[in-house]
Design a protein around this ligand. Structure first.
Ligand code: NAD
Length: 280
């Protein structure tokens, strides 16, 4: 078949900037974008002063030279891109949300640990930009959230207590994890309650008995664990455990690229991974 036999337009790849390109997730994102059809690495950004500035993003991510040098200025990178993949820090993600809105490009935010104030600023940016934000970009965890919501709805709070246990690597800086909170939110929706007013984040000392209907969190940190989550529904004489084990950061990176491709050309707003995966 020769090239003129089809009227199909040339494939219009989505140019994606990876911010935090030298981080654990940043490197996984560079590898994912490079291998997923329909996407290409259009830029790589790190914080000012990073020892990785000037290095090739592909070399750093272990896939060889891709001719994309890591820079510290997001503005020129955003100006020539169609979307941003952002797994950095809350302060950086809030700043990038403003720039992405100005550039009218899609912004995928995987950063966790955002405060109420950070989330309000991201919500404001979503008036002008298409933002997909999720504490977990994997298919498995988003499906798990649907199951948790169903289980919480089906099992009465007087009979079943909900506890969420998570473990991550020793470098993680926020707790509980964004995924644990996402699962807690799903449980709260199932129960028809507000998570903030009903969660128990820490227990220490003489705590008194468990409050009926509360959602408890427990956090473990150590080694190189990518992410383990269990939601335990504990009744009298029986216990249900719904769990997910992440073995490779590639699952989050692939999900983020999928979210960017989904967001392209979609009207401004703040979307979740459940929207992307059609699980809502
Ligand atoms: P990391 O510390 O390895 O990487 C973060 C990178 O962001 C660093 O290289 C840092 O220099 C860079 N950075 C910080 N501020 C910046 C700025 N202003 N401009 C450019 N770069 C900047 O951390 P990580 O393990 O890759 O995790 C990053 C975030 O992603 C965390 O919040 C983590 O909880 C979250 N995470 C989310 C998911 C998900 O599916 N949503 C999965 C894994 C991790």
């Amino acid at each position: 078949m020769n090239g003129t036999a089809t009227n199909d337009p040339p494939v219009n790849e989505m140019g994606l900037v990876v911010v935090g390109a030298a981080g654990r997730m940043g490197q996984a994102l560079i590898r994912a974008v490079h291998t997923i059809p329909g996407a290409r690495v259009a830029g790589a950004v790190e914080r000012a002063g990073s020892p990785h500035l000037g290095k090739d993003a592909g070399e750093l991510a272990g896939i060889g030279n891709i001719d994309v040098a890591i820079g510290d200025d997001p503005l020129p990178a955003f100006a020539k891109a169609d979307g941003v993949l952002d797994f950095t820090s809350p302060a950086a993600s809030v700043e990038f949300a403003g720039y992405a809105a100005q550039a009218r490009i899609a912004h995928v935010i995987g950063t966790t640990g955002c405060s109420t104030d950070d989330n309000a600023k991201i919500q404001a940016a979503a008036r002008h930009a298409t933002i997909v934000k999720s504490g977990n970009m994997s298919l498995g965890v988003n499906l798990l959230a649907v199951l948790v919501e169903q289980a919480a709805r089906a099992l009465d709070a007087d009979d079943f207590d909900i506890e969420i246990l998570e473990m991550h690597h020793r470098h993680k800086v926020d707790a509980p994890s964004g995924t644990a909170l996402l699962l807690g939110e799903a449980a709260a929706v199932g129960r028809g309650i507000d998570l903030d007013g009903n969660s128990v984040r820490v227990r220490d000392g003489h705590t008194g008995v468990r409050r009926t209907g509360s959602i408890g969190f427990a956090t473990l940190r150590g080694g190189s664990v990518v992410g383990d989550h269990s939601v335990v529904l504990a009744g009298i004489g029986e216990r249900i455990t719904l769990a997910h084990h992440a073995e490779d950061r590639a699952i989050f990176a692939r999900g983020a690229v999928k979210a960017a491709l989904w967001a392209r050309g979609r009207k401004p707003g703040l979307y979740s991974m459940r929207d992307v995966l059609g699980l809502n």
